[in-house]
Design a protein around this ligand. Structure first.
Ligand code: NAD
Length: 735
């Protein structure tokens, strides 16, 4: 066998060690399925074998299904669909979907005890293998995570996971676990009874063997007569207390946008009402449908394939030697600088954190101390970790401390003069050969670069707030930024384990420019007379994490006003919308409503209790539309289409040069409807032709801002898609 080692000891216990050649992590692919199938038969058929322990030869147990195998399913489906019709194609996908599920079922009903000896992380289909085993023992390893995260790429556990989990815990907990795709630590897994025992790593296999020798069980609880569902039957008092609430929660969390989440609900609901084998069949049916859904395809592509490629340096100039950073300087220890210092120190880098005086610099470091205290409280870190991390941050007002740094990141006030001064002071110490990054959110990098000693070495390194949580970093190339600077910036982002996108300089770069159109659309809806609550709800219904008015409150209403005024001053009156201008002027200048920061924005933020929409908004609306006459689907289209269209413009203008970055950046940067796969995938999923038709219709009704750009019109005429016409180089090479 290529993937497994099979040894039987003197006492007749088989040890199966999963160790795929040429891979750092075990995954489930067709060869693994075939070999597992054989192994299960072998253990069952050989009377001399008393039971089996399955473990891994790698650091982790296994990462889940090989997603490229699932991608291939989709192409095979299309081929069979064309050649033999829909029924044959559906049949093929269904048989494929059942394959692993049937192997696991055969394993758990083989009459021999199976133990999963989990030496490390087990995810997805690999964790489902453990769930099918009669016992689960885990090595005590703080790095281990267990979970069924398929939902995060638009799939769901299709190898019995939904049915076993729903029979191992209360239904509400099971749904939560499946729908969230949480990756949990061992202590929590033990409490949830997803692992039976945790032992020192050295004892893992012997403990598993002892269980087989001393107390083996060969039947799963659900195969024992008289088994009772922990959450009670669906049609019972307990079930009735669970399901209506679960449905409401499902709607609230997903807005019914994720077919995979709906399939989890249906699989569990239907599966719990029938015998286990039928339940597995139901799960496979849903899986067959989901695996070929456009949402799964788009999410796998953006959130798995493309994200991994970007993380591994898809955009790094190959000619540049790898740099390894040891020490960085961060200037400005405010909200952003403090966050940047924290994530850098967490990655093991030494950080010199500079502010105007010692007190301000110390305050920046205290931010890390606070975050670490929180981690310790939650059992995620030890005092030693906190001490080591804090020891790496040196807060000081003295620029001389920057001597010896490998990179400087500036995060002082958003003011050209202040930035120029900080840059000059730093460069007086570090010289002009060290790469200099600016975290500006609005000032063009090219113009800031002119204030530095050498624009070749000047680059935008744009973080998102809160820095420790947001996974995207937008790297901005100034006109003169050269490849060595890009390489250093990308090496830094890789060191802090975030995902980079590389864009060219433009007003608002990529992310702020596009998300600005979402906020503007919300503002304009308000001026048209759409009730504020409806705007906010529709934003979330469209799949955005928050409504446009909430988002504006978070980033500050006065900032939106400042940006609008600057745009008007630089580009003229035509570049802005007068209705948005008067709304923002009214909010900021006349009413002093700046957003969450002064507890007064589109919302009120009472000291006690949750925020609520500011009642005065209705007063600002000259017209008021009757909500019953408003087309909700159209509002959703407006909110998503305006962002997708702006992305297409960024692409045409060369601000964006890679479709992967457009999509990944939109999801990680501003939460663009993840089920769509991102802003450009949204267009591809709809079809360029239909998208252009939609934009033209909206342009007629709502104005020129919806007019499709030249590139889109041309693509629609030729029947092209973004991923077809601008396929990343990797795909072209493979073709
Ligand atoms: P902030 O006001 O919280 O922090 C700025 C810090 O810089 C302050 O501590 C100030 O004392 C310090 N400072 C000012 N002049 C200095 C100087 N000459 N030398 C050293 N320190 C100096 O602001 P922030 O929100 O952290 O923003 C910093 C930068 O990051 C801005 O350019 C902003 O546009 C950008 N940014 C902010 C966000 C956000 O969400 N807040 C997001 C992305 C980018």
């Amino acid at each position: 066998m290529a993937n497994f080692k099979f040894d039987v000891d003197a006492e007749g216990i088989a040890l199966i060690t999963w160790d795929m050649p040429g891979k750092t992590m075990n995954v489930i692919d067709t060869s693994v399925m075939a070999e597992l199938d054989t192994l299960v038969d072998k253990v069952a058929a050989d009377a001399a074998i008393k039971g089996a322990v399955v473990t891994s030869g790698k650091d982790t147990f296994g990462g889940g299904a090989d997603l490229t195998m699932l991608e291939k399913q989709r192409t095979d489906y299309m081929t069979i669909l064309k050649a033999k019709g829909e029924e044959a194609a559906n049949q093929m996908v269904f048989e494929f979907s059942r394959r692993l599920s049937l192997i696991y079922r055969k394993l758990e009903t083989s009459g021999k005890p199976w133990v999963a000896a989990l030496n490390g992380t087990a995810m997805g289909g690999c964790f489902e293998l453990a769930l099918a085993c009669h016992h689960r023992i885990a090595a005590d390893n703080p790095k281990t995570r267990l979970g069924l995260p398929e939902i995060k790429v638009g799939l769901f556990p299709g190898a019995g996971g939904t049915q076993r989990i729903a029979r191992m815990m209360a239904t509400a907990d099971a749904l939560q676990f499946l729908l969230k795709g949480d990756q949990i630590r061992l202590d929590r897994a033990k409490t949830m009874k997803l692992v039976d025992t945790i032992v020192p790593a050295a004892d893992l296999v012997s403990a598993a063997k002892t269980w087989i020798k001393t107390a083996p069980k060969v039947k799963q609880p659900w195969d024992v007569d008289g088994f009772k569902l922990p959450g009670g039957p669906v049609w019972s008092k307990m079930g009735m207390m669970t399901w209506p609430a679960a449905n409401a929660l499902y709607r609230k969390e997903t807005q019914d946008n994720y077919p995979a989440a709906r399939a989890i609900m249906s699989s569990v609901f239907e599966g719990l009402q029938v015998p286990f084998d039928t339940a597995l069949r139901i799960e496979s049916r849903y899986f067959a449908k989901i695996v070929r859904s456009p949402e799964a395809a788009a999410m796998i592509r953006s959130l798995f394939v493309s994200m991994q490629e970007l993380n591994k340096g898809a955009r790094r100039p190959a000619s540049q030697p790898q740099t390894s950073l040891r020490k960085i300087g961060v200037i400005g220890a405010g909200l952003m600088g403090a966050g940047i210092a924290y994530v850098s120190a967490q990655a093991g880098l030494e950080v010199v954190l500079i502010d105007r005086d010692q007190e301000a610099a110390d305050k920046g470091k205290a931010y890390s101390a606070n975050l670490m205290a929180g981690q310790i409280k939650r059992g995620r870190a030890k005092q030693d970790d906190a001490d080591a991390l804090l020891a790496r941050i040196t807060p000081t007002p003295d620029y001389n401390a920057l001597k010896g740094v490998d990179l400087v990141i500036e995060a002082v006030f958003e003011d050209r003069k202040v930035k120029a001064e900080a840059t000059a002071k730093a460069q007086a110490v570090v010289g002009d050969t060290i790469v200099f990054g600016s975290n500006t959110s609005t000032l063009p990098i090219t113009s800031l670069a002119e204030q530095s000693k050498d624009p070749k070495n000047f680059i935008g390194i744009h973080f998102f707030s809160p820095v420790d949580k947001m996974m995207l970093v937008e790297i901005i190339m100034g006109e003169k930024t050269a490849d060595p600077a890009l390489a250093v910036a990308l090496d830094y982002v890789r060191a802090i384990r975030k995902t980079p996108i590389v864009v060219n300089d433009s007003r608002g770069f990529y992310t702020s420019r596009v998300v600005g159109t979402y906020i503007r659309e919300g503002h304009l809806m308000l001026t048209e007379g759409v009730p504020a609550a409806m705007i906010e709800n529709v934003g979330r219904m469209a799949g955005m994490p928050v409504g446009p008015l909430s988002l504006n409150d978070e980033v500050a209403v006065d900032l939106a006003w400042k940006i609008l005024k600057a745009t008007e001053a630089d580009l003229g009156a035509k570049a802005i919308d007068p209705r948005q201008k008067s709304l923002l002027e009214e909010m900021v200048e006349k009413r002093g409503r700046y957003g969450r920061k002064n507890a007064k924005g589109f919302y009120d933020y009472p000291q006690s209790g949750p925020k609520r929409l500011w009642p005065g908004l209705a007063e600002l609306q000259k017209e008021k539309l009757d909500p019953d006459t408003i087309d909700v689907a159209e509002l959703k289209h407006r909110l998503l289409a305006i962002q997708a269209l702006e992305t297409a413009r960024c692409f045409e203008e060369g601000v964006l040069t890679d479709v992967r970055e457009a999509d990944v950046g939109s999801i990680l940067g501003f939460g663009y409807a993840p089920y769509s796969g991102g802003t450009l995938s949204y267009i591809d999923m709809m079809g360029t032709k239909s998208f252009v038709a939609l934009c033209e219709r909206l342009a007629q009704k709502y104005g020129e801002r919806f007019a499709p750009n030249k590139l889109l019109v041309e693509m629609a005429q030729k029947g092209e898609s973004f991923y077809g016409r601008f396929a990343p180089k990797r795909q072209k090479q493979a073709a």
